[in-house]
Design a protein around this ligand. Structure first.
Ligand SMILES: *[C@@H]1O[C@H](CO)[C@@H](O)[C@H](O)[C@H]1NC(C)=O
Length: 186
């Protein structure tokens, strides 16, 4: 009993460190109504994210490609210490009744993590949220503001943060992603 408990903690601790832990279960935010996966595909730039990372990548972007009606591939890239790093993942609509509640994984040995589209107009911005309950005692979460362009107007970013806050998601520690000097580098 005791050793399996230790093993669980050995497994989840690195995850917890990488994310923001909060007491209690995950919030239940409302998601984009009538979400259209096809319209969401294509290139998105990371405008801001939660939590901040210690090793800060710049020029972070995702390129989504539909593979079937309900699944997609994502190719993510960033510039870190002057080098372009890429990672590929896959995603699915896990329940057709909730098309905005996507699941995503960057490794075929890992299960899908929640990747919920809280709000998007498909052509300017998208708000993404991922939350995981741990032992039903606390939860860890990720949040992203994404844009079709490398920067978004201040007002759009503020409205996005307000939407997260209205859904009981704490974005006070959200940080802007550097998207300057990217097109020169890439
Ligand atoms: C995104 O992926 C598609 C399909 O693989 C590819 O044709 C396109 O060039 C990619 N776009 C960017 C910006 O990487």
């Amino acid at each position: 009993m005791k050793s399996s408990f230790v093993m669980v903690f050995a497994f989840i601790l690195p995850i917890i460190r990488a994310q923001v832990p909060h007491w209690g279960p995950c919030p239940e935010p409302s998601v984009q109504l009538a979400f259209n996966l096809k319209q969401f595909m294509g290139r998105w730039f990371e405008i801001a994210k939660l939590p901040a990372q210690f090793e800060k990548g710049r020029c972070i972007e995702d390129n989504f490609t539909l593979t079937t009606e309900n699944s997609f591939r994502v190719s993510s890239s960033e510039v870190l210490k002057g080098e372009i790093r890429k990672i590929d993942g896959t995603g699915v609509v896990q329940d057709p009744k909730h098309p905005a509640k996507l699941g995503m994984s960057y490794s075929y040995v890992l299960p899908y993590s929640p990747y919920w589209i809280l709000s998007t107009d498909y052509v300017n911005y998208a708000l993404v949220y991922s939350c995981t309950d741990i032992l039903r005692i606390f939860h860890v979460d990720f949040a992203w503001i994404m844009g079709r362009t490398r920067t978004l107007p201040e007002a759009t970013v503020w409205k996005a943060k307000e939407t997260f806050m209205n859904n009981n998601i704490d974005v006070s520690r959200m940080t802007a992603t550097k998207q300057q000097g990217c097109d020169k580098t890439l």
